[in-house]
Design a protein around this ligand. Structure first.
Ligand SMILES: C[S@@+](CC[C@H](N)C(=O)[O-])C[C@H]1O[C@@H](n2cnc3c(N)ncnc32)[C@H](O)[C@@H]1O
Length: 248
């Protein structure tokens, strides 16, 4: 690819973080849902997140790499006043979430069939109340570590879009991703780790449904769940971006 071509296509310039978009062929029903329901629920990167949900939505949560969407679907059902945005580039994963949503319609879900970085880059400051990164692709080879989603630069971006007190939920069962992630999470000035002792590692935080990957991995290495909180940012006082009363 020559330079002008590279400049005109940012997707080809940035580090690719995920493995594949295409898998087995979608059924006719799944393909139809992508044409119809996905058009209705697609997160529009050019519009404010707030205006893409109904007036009853009071908070925005984001899950990056939702797989087949079980976790996102359950949380959306339990929290109708939360707008849940999910990012997943794998077509079949998105199709599986759409199948659940056509059977149980919910108007508080928006989907980006693509890279989670697109959503984070599009969000305004202090707009997210929860961020989920659950069993991200581990990229175990050292030369692939740069493909891991959780990097210090990504945490800087998350610190920008997360509200003070917002939760960052991370899970992995990969024994090399765990120290890699914790090292970066604990060193980051904008996040506090909520675990106070070893027992907190074993206690499942409230309302944290298991993902499909976690359920499948039950016989393998243990899964570690980490819950961090965004620290208050003295430079940004006030109610934050997502306050309907403040903005009206
Ligand atoms: C190991 S799977 C886990 C799926 C799900 N979270 C679970 O626990 O069942 C990791 C998922 O992250 C997705 N993924 C990888 N990089 C991503 C990115 N940059 N943005 C959004 N999703 C991504 C992959 O397509 C894959 O579905």
């Amino acid at each position: 690819m020559n330079e002008p071509e590279q400049r005109s296509n940012p997707e080809r310039r940035r580090q690719k973080l995920y493995g594949r978009r295409k898998g087995p062929k979608l059924s006719a029903h799944q393909a139809e849902l992508r044409r119809t329901l996905l058009s209705d629920l697609r997160f529009d990167l050019t519009k404010s997140a707030l205006v893409q949900f109904s007036d009853t939505v009071r908070e925005i949560w984001l899950e990056v790499g939702f797989g087949a969407g079980e976790h996102l679907f359950q949380l959306a059902g339990e929290n109708p006043d939360v707008g849940l945005i999910g990012a997943e580039p794998y077509e079949m994963g998105v199709a599986k979430l759409l199948t659940k949503l056509v059977q149980n319609p919910m108007n508080n879900v928006r989907i980006h069939e693509g890279d989670g970085r697109d959503i984070i880059a599009a969000l305004p400051d202090a707009s997210l109340s929860r961020f989920f990164l659950l069993f991200p692709d581990p990229w175990p080879k050292t030369r692939h570590h740069k493909r891991r989603f959780l990097q210090t630069e990504m945490l800087d971006e998350l610190a920008r879009v997360m509200r003070p007190g917002a939760e960052l939920r991370f899970a992995t069962d990969d024994k090399s991703y765990l120290p890699y992630a914790l090292e970066r999470l604990m060193a980051h000035p904008s996040f506090d780790w909520t675990a106070k002792g070893p027992s907190d590692w074993k206690k499942r935080p409230e309302s944290w449904p298991a993902t499909r990957y976690e359920a499948k991995a039950i016989k393998g290495p243990p899964s570690y769940l980490a819950l961090l909180r965004k620290k208050p940012d003295p430079a940004r006082s006030g109610p934050g971006w997502f306050d309907r009363t403040a903005s009206s």
